[in-house]
Design a binder for this molecule. Structure first.
Ligand code: HEC
Ligand code: HEC
Ligand code: HEC
Length: 108
């Protein structure tokens, strides 16, 4: 049983390795804020349940990822809030993800 599990894990790693040539960084990323922000800082997790299945170019210009240039409010809300609003509208159980404080930390 144990060895079967180990073999399955190995196969999963191999499959992931070939499918994902480019790796997204692990853990939460705190996005850079504007000079005098009105809202708290935004954090983003590539492995979050709503994000891990997305194609890289849903947010990045290229499939390999890389820095997203000019991620100001307009671009940030186009990239992030649009999908959150649509998801919340389609699924009442996910309504909370459209709240400002789902993405922006509460300001102290
Ligand atoms: C294509 C849809 C989509 C896009 C684009 C998207 N999200 Fe999400 N996000 C979701 C969904 C769906 C959830 C809820 C997942 C769940 O709990 O089932 C979520 C959850 C979250 C959460 C709370 C849980 C976690 O993963 O930390 C944060 C914070 C978040 N998103 C921030 C962002 C930011 C910032 C961006 C833009 C860089 C972004 N999201 C882009 C769909 C999206
Ligand atoms: C829902 C949006 C979203 C998706 C999908 C997404 N990313 Fe990201 N990614 C971001 C955000 C936001 C950042 C942090 C802002 C930045 O660094 O430009 C980031 C940062 C990165 C970085 C670090 C860039 C740097 O130089 O600091 C890499 C590398 C990366 N992503 C790769 C990927 C890969 C590979 C995929 C697909 C497997 C992917 N991303 C999918 C939103 C996303
Ligand atoms: C799905 C994630 C998400 C949600 C929800 C969201 N934002 Fe944002 N917002 C961002 C991102 C990404 C940026 C660009 C990065 C940054 O400026 O921190 C941003 C930037 C901003 C900025 C410019 C920077 C600043 O703090 O002055 C303002 C203002 C702002 N958002 C207001 C709001 C308000 C008000 C709401 C609720 C109605 C909201 N946002 C909901 C992701 C989100």
């Amino acid at each position: 049983m144990k060895s079967l599990f180990a073999a399955l894990v190995a196969v999963a790693f191999l499959a992931a390795g070939t499918a994902l040539a480019a790796e997204a960084p692990a853990g939460k990323i705190t996005l850079k804020q504007s000079a005098s922000p009105k809202q708290g800082a935004v954090t983003f997790d590539h492995a979050g349940p709503g994000h891990k299945a997305l194609k890289c170019d849903a947010c990045h210009a290229k499939a390999e990822g890389g820095k997203i240039e000019g991620l100001d409010m307009k671009k940030g809300h186009e990239t992030c809030q649009k999908c959150h609003n649509e998801t919340a509208k389609a699924d009442a159980a996910k309504a909370a993800i459209k709240a400002c404080t789902n993405c922006h930390a509460k300001k102290a």
